[in-house]
Ligand binder design. Sequence first.
Ligand code: TYC
Length: 102
Amino acid sequence: RTPELEHGVAVETSKPELQRPPLFQVVLLNDDYTPMDFVVIILETFFGMNRERATQVMLHVHTRGKGVCGVYTREVAETKVTQVNEFSRAHQHPLLCTMEKL
Ligand code: TYC
């Protein structure tokens, strides 16, 4: 796009402008029953957080009602939501995970 000078001669370089895919926040919702330790394990296991970060995010969700676990393309976000909700149900916890388009 920008003409670059090569030996004093303007050369047209072109950088292809790639499409960026839509991004989605994966969001965790608060509830009154899911144990705090279980939420921390979810954040470590499915979102690659260390214990300190997972605890911060869990406490944010607990006090504010919801919180962002990560930002992903559609398919990755959908997979995380399904994995978290199935894991929570398998352990008889009502924890809810959803996604929101940015
Ligand atoms: N509110 C829950 C409790 O007091 C803890 C909790 C945190 C639940 C985050 C869900 O997404 C959640 N045990």
